[in-house]
Design a protein around this ligand. Structure first.
Ligand SMILES: C[S@@+](CC[C@H](N)C(=O)[O-])C[C@H]1O[C@@H](n2cnc3c(N)ncnc32)[C@H](O)[C@@H]1O
Ligand code: SF4
Ligand code: SF4
Length: 393
């Protein structure tokens, strides 16, 4: 399916929904979200990032070449969303703006995430004028001290100056797009600052924050950054209250996979029992929504099932089309294995798995409907809205 335009996208979204209810090995729909890692180059070495992990196979300085656009975009016409980011600083690629323009041009609601350190005024202006839906600035801290512990190579004063400049340019343009967002990965080092994230964002004029449970890609990072679950929950509860008081929109991603298992075979973080274990006696099929909605294209043109299983290559766009990969044997085997509960190693401990047609799906569905409603209410009341992905992931 490669028909473009609004009708093509609506049809694709409906097909995707039917795939999610039937869980075929080879979906009828095309991916709703195309996730493009346009570069693996980065000016930082954040300690918790997959790029810094001893287990990482992420190449260090690869830009997805522009000729890929010509191959990819005709096939991507029925995708609704695109993410222009991966394990790198997207703007370091000379092809960042061409990619942005082309993805937006085919009608994809497009978002990106930046460390914000190399955002010159010229680049900020181009981003503000591009039509990109959301720009997330990753800070992981509200003070210089904590920032420097986590975001190695960063410069607190510089990043704040750049964000203020970006906000100023956006205000001058008078358009709600792009929605700015500040993001914080919860780690032992910054837990005490999580409740203050809303106040901090508000002081910069930003009214949308994302807080993520961490993914630990190695034993070292798990030991270095893990924290007690209860402490994390308390911090989030305090933050939620403050967000309500300040009118800040909070997106809390609590389903990050606990990728790393400790020697006793228990998830080290986020410390929640993953669905594969929680539902081991439940006869309903399990599935991963990512495998029916999203395709992750790495900077070297290879395709992974998601950003967490970077090394598990399920296709290569230098030799195959998206459709061939999406409906190909490797992804089909993964979908079937999860349904049959012969989980691939990373998936066994991933929080993203859902139980089909049971409370889990209902709960996630409700969360999604609630987030959509909250975003449209924000839009009506303040002219400001969060970009919400039209999938249940
Ligand atoms: C990998 S970065 C890539 C884009 C850009 N370089 C940035 O820092 O925003 C995308 C997001 O992943 C987050 N991230 C990095 N390591 C993480 C981890 N171990 N667990 C959860 N999120 C992580 C970053 O903080 C950032 O918000
Ligand atoms: S800036 Fe982004 S990609 Fe680079 S090391 Fe930090 S989190 Fe990873
Ligand atoms: S279940 Fe597996 S494929 Fe799905 S998001 Fe988790 S690790 Fe990725």
């Amino acid at each position: 399916m490669s028909k473009g335009g609004r009708r093509g996208r609506v049809l694709n979204a409906l097909l995707c929904w039917s795939d999610l209810l039937r869980l075929p090995d080879r979906p009828l729909s095309f991916p709703l979200t195309i996730w493009v890692e346009n570069t693996t180059a980065c000016n930082l070495r954040c300690e918790m990032c997959y790029k810094s992990a001893s287990t990482s196979v992420c190449p260090s300085n690869v830009h997805l070449p522009p000729e890929f656009m010509e191959r990819l975009l005709p096939e991507a016409q029925s995708a609704c969303f695109s993410l222009l980011l991966g394990y790198g600083e997207p703007i370091l690629s000379p092809n960042f703006f061409p990619w942005l323009e082309r993805l937006i041009g085919i009608g994809c609601t497009t978002t990106t995430s930046l460390n914000g350190l190399i955002l010159t005024s010229e680049r900020a202006r181009k981003i503000v004028e591009s039509g990109v839906a959301q720009v997330s600035f990753s800070l992981d801290a509200t003070t210089a001290e904590t920032y420097s512990q986590i975001r190695k190579g960063g410069d607190w004063d510089k990043v704040l100056t750049n964000i203020r400049q970006f906000m100023q340019l956006r205000a001058e343009r008078g358009s709600p797009l792009p929605y700015p967002r500040l993001s914080f990965v919860m780690l032992r080092d910054n837990l005490h600052e999580i409740p203050g994230c809303a106040d901090f964002a508000k002081s910069l004029g930003v009214e949308f924050i994302a807080v993520m449970d961490p993914v630990f890609y190695s034993q070292e990072t798990a030991e270095r950054f893990s924290f007690a679950r209860g402490e994390g929950e308390e911090a989030i509860e305090e933050l939620r209250k403050r967000c309500v008081q300040l009118g800040v929109f909070l997106d809390y991603y609590e389903d990050s996979p606990s990728i790393y298992f400790d020697s006793k075979g228990m998830p080290t973080c986020p410390g929640k029992t993953p669905p594969a274990l929680r539902y081991q006696d439940d006869p309903s099929p399990l599935f991963c929504p990512m495998l029916y909605t999203t395709l992750f294209i790495r900077g070297d043109g290879k395709v992974a099932p998601c950003c967490y299983l970077y090394e598990k290559v399920v296709g290569d766009l230098t030799v195959s089309s998206i459709t061939e990969i999406w409906r190909g044997d490797k992804l089909a085997q993964m979908r079937s294995a999860i349904r049959e509960r012969n989980f691939p190693p990373g998936c066994r401990i991933c929080q993203r798995l859902l139980l089909l047609r049971r409370r889990e799906v209902m709960t996630k569905g409700r969360v999604f409907v609630h987030r959509t409603w909250q975003a449209s209410r924000e839009r009506r009341q303040t002219g400001y809205a969060a970009q919400v992905q039209a999938s249940i992931i």
